[in-house]
Design a protein around this ligand. Structure first.
Ligand code: FAD
Length: 490
């Protein structure tokens, strides 16, 4: 798996989804021509070309009209999803309709948006509108036995990258469970029913590719699981009122309405204007920006930044960063590692001049303080993994609340510690910092005062988090629970 993770860490989630869907599209077109699929290769190829061209044209048009930069990969993903769910055809009239659905999908990102953030999954809402207008319905043709194994592989990669397994399993559990319960009385055996539901019904595709879209997903795990359950129940029930059916795309759109209303105030797209860049330690820089509106977040959460990268590399122009400032501050800061050999994205960041801007969206994350201020905590930070703790500790210092926290801060070398006055100031609020340049062993962890009663937070690069997590899991060192925050991408 580490081999897979190595490659997954080299690309962004958007690139992975675009790449996986492109592979599915190419394989299906080849199978169309070879006769492995019942759909003709010409119909598949023509539909693919027409939908992609319509989405691309609409992207250019609406970006200019609304003066908003939009990622090519986002419109490609939308085009590919539509290609994989709309009925493929070589008939001119159906192709025109497919093109129109493509335009509707892209338009929805601009028009059905609040504060520059779209509310609905673009492909799903476009198909729903087309259905209501009597133009076309989704056929979900990609859900078939020939493509099944490829959908599973693409879905697994996306889930591994996005770490949205729980969401997927809740969704699939409800969708599949209710489908089986409803059809159980039929003459089919349970195994046949299970196979038909998994292979011919779009549970895997919808649950891995469409349900997990970050723009339309709630920001924390509790809401994400409710969202997944709502969509799963609706997909499983297949309700109908007269001729009106709750199709999978309608189920997703209803889920989107829940997701939007559950955190409407956090779903803004912000323009951040650069105030300063300060080097805190070798390769570690603090970027401070002035947002165009107050960003609502909890200390410890993260946000996605989009920068104008003139010549983007394979990693694209968006990244997730923990917000290192505290919620009450007017400015927002990020502490970012910029290695000597760095990505095009980070080159663009480090070359920002005063008053240059980037965009920020999708505040999310559960790596926040517990409700109970009395709960004793152990924070473990590896290198750049210190950022959520900086925000939490600033919050504690600003609000002058008393806590019992041990911060174990590990860096590869003494010169790599962020020498912040913050940690000194935090001592008065009950935050004790221990700096180490090598991992603590089991016995040393057990020697931390009252360790069994401390809720443990671990943050840092993937390997660091897994290493500490396994020590705690294998030796049952605490009985109060463990929270982790993986910094993928290094
Ligand atoms: C929830 C969360 C919170 C995060 N918070 C933070 C944070 O607060 N601060 C922070 O710094 N990071 C944070 N990250 C990680 C961040 O999102 C990036 O993934 C990470 O900084 C790597 O950035 P980069 O892709 O620009 O690569 P870089 O950091 O520029 O490079 C990383 C490595 O990849 C190599 N590399 C770079 N570009 C390429 C390329 N085009 N092809 C091949 N190899 C290349 C480099 O040589 C280097 O070894 C967070 C991630 C998550 C998921």
């Amino acid at each position: 798996m580490s081999y897979v993770d190595y490659y997954l860490n080299r690309i962004t989630m958007y690139k992975l989804v675009a790449f996986s869907l492109s592979i599915l599209a190419i394989i299906s077109i080849i199978f169309g021509y070879s006769g492995a699929l019942t759909i003709s290769g010409n119909a598949l190829l023509l539909s693919f070309v027409v939908i992609s061209a319509a989405c691309f044209g609409a992207r250019v048009f609406f970006s200019k009209l609304f003066k908003v930069t939009m990622n090519d990969e986002s419109s490609l993903i939308t085009a590919l999803i539509l290609f994989l769910i709309l009925p493929p055809s070589s008939q001119a009239d159906q192709l025109v309709v497919s093109a129109l659905v493509g335009v509707l999908a892209i338009a929805s990102k601009f028009i059905l948006a609040v504060h520059r953030k779209h509310i609905f999954n673009p492909a799903a809402i476009a198909v729903v509108i087309a259905g209501l207008l009597g133009l076309t319905q989704a056929s979900w043709w990609i859900a078939n036995d020939v493509m099944f194994i490829f959908i599973i592989l693409a879905g697994l990669l996306i889930l591994r990258k996005t770490n949205r397994y729980r969401m997927f399993f809740i969704f699939a559990g409800f969708a599949l469970g209710i489908t089986l319960l409803q059809d159980f009385s039929s003459s089919e055996s349970l195994v046949t029913l299970l196979k038909t539901s998994l292979v011919s019904f779009p549970i895997i595709f919808l649950g891995t590719v469409m349900l997990t879209e970050p723009s339309t997903t709630p920001p924390n795990q509790r809401l994400q699981l409710i969202y997944a359950a709502i969509v799963g129940v609706l997909v499983g029930l297949r309700l109908n009122v007269g001729d009106f059916y709750v199709t999978p795309e309608i189920a997703l759109v209803i889920g989107n309405i829940f997701a939007y209303s559950s955190h409407a105030s956090m779903r803004k797209r912000y323009k951040l204007v650069l105030e300063s860049i300060t080097e805190l330690a070798p390769e570690i820089h603090m970027f401070t920006f002035k947002p165009d509106a107050k960003i609502r977040y909890e200390a410890g959460q993260y946000i996605e930044l989009t920068a104008a990268v003139k010549t983007p590399d394979i990693r694209g122009n968006r990244r997730t960063f923990t917000i290192a400032s505290a919620p009450a501050e007017d400015s927002v800061s990020f502490v970012i590692r910029v290695p000597r050999k760095t990505s095009a994205f980070k080159k663009a960041l480090i070359n920002l001049k005063s008053d240059d801007s980037v965009y920020a969206q999708h505040v999310a994350g559960d790596f926040t303080l517990p409700q109970d201020n009395e709960q004793k905590l152990l924070f473990i930070a590896g290198g750049i993994g210190i950022t959520p703790f900086m925000s939490i500790i600033k919050f504690i210092v600003n609000t002058k609340t008393k806590h019992d926290i041990v911060l174990l801060y590990q860096a590869s070398d003494k010169s790599h510690f962020i020498q912040s006055r913050l940690f000194k100031a935090a001592e008065n609020c009950g935050v004790k910092t221990i700096r180490v340049t090598a991992p603590l062993a089991k016995d040393e962890l057990e020697a931390i005062e009252d360790i069994r009663n401390r809720l443990v937070y671990i943050s840092g690069p993937d390997g660091f988090v897994k290493m500490y997590r396994s020590i705690f899991d294998n030796h049952n060192i605490t009985s109060s629970g463990i929270k982790t925050d993986y910094f993928t991408g290094y």
